[in-house]
Design a protein around this ligand. Structure first.
Ligand code: AMP
Length: 215
């Protein structure tokens, strides 16, 4: 069983790397950002609460995201493990996760912290384009779709996520520094933290992650 957390600021590459791990290990990617975006699209109660905060680059309250993840990791497809992408983002979320896993007799394999300089995070955000239908992610110069502005997989016109606009990205960076970065020390104390350089081609970063996981 491999239970991994991908930690890192917005645009560090968590989603891209989580998808590769999922593909290779056959265990699900649990992205709280994707789950919340779907809830916003479906206009559920959760979506209505989360939407304005997400658009402003702020965190959604802990109890809401904790409830999502607690239910999700108990699903049968998580029995062989899971990749958490974008959760936990605060110490209370990490504590809640620790309790939930202990109650179910599970434990974390490791916490991968993707390290990327802030200037590069901003550059990535400016060029990132997403498919609103299937969630595929591209970059205008680093990872362009075959036809500019169109999703390779489903032909849907690509968009720039509202929260990838520069001032929102700055807000998300601040949230990360204040609320999420302290998790590194928290997991280091537990012997779980693996810092991985997130700069370079996705393949190179993936190689480093596998090495850090001892795979
Ligand atoms: P992401 O796609 O992971 O960058 O998440 C997009 C947005 O969803 C974040 O900026 C937050 O507003 C919200 N979000 C996702 N995961 C969490 C979480 N674990 N805690 C609080 N808010 C979250």
């Amino acid at each position: 069983m491999i239970n991994v957390i991908l930690l890192g600021p917005a645009n560090a590459g968590k989603g891209t790397q989580a998808k590769r791990l999922t593909h290779e290990l056959g265990i699900p990617q649990i992205s709280t950002g994707d789950i919340l975006r779907q809830a916003v699209k479906d206009e559920t109660t959760l979506g209505k609460q989360a939407g304005p905060l997400m658009a402003a680059g702020q965190l959604v309250p802990d109890p809401l995201v904790i409830a999502i993840v607690k239910a999700r990791i108990l699903q049968p497809d998580c029995q062989k493990g899971f990749i958490l992408d974008g959760f936990p983002r605060t110490i209370p979320q990490a504590e809640a996760l620790e309790r939930s896993l202990a109650e179910s007799g599970m434990a974390l394999t490791g916490v991968i912290s993707l390290e990327v300089p802030e200037a590069l995070l901003l550059e990535r955000a400016a060029g990132r384009r997403s498919c609103p239908k299937d969630g595929s992610v591209y970059h205008v110069s680093q990872n362009p779709p075959k036809q500019p502005g169109i999703c390779d997989l489903c032909g849907t016109p690509l968009i720039q996520r509202e929260d990838d606009q520069e001032e929102r990205v700055q807000a998300r960076m601040l949230e990360y520094r204040e609320k999420t970065e302290p998790l590194k020390a928290w997991y280091a104390e537990r012997g779980l933290l693996r810092e991985v350089e997130g700069v370079g081609a996705p393949d190179e970063v993936y190689g480093r992650i596998k090495q850090a996981l001892g795979a």
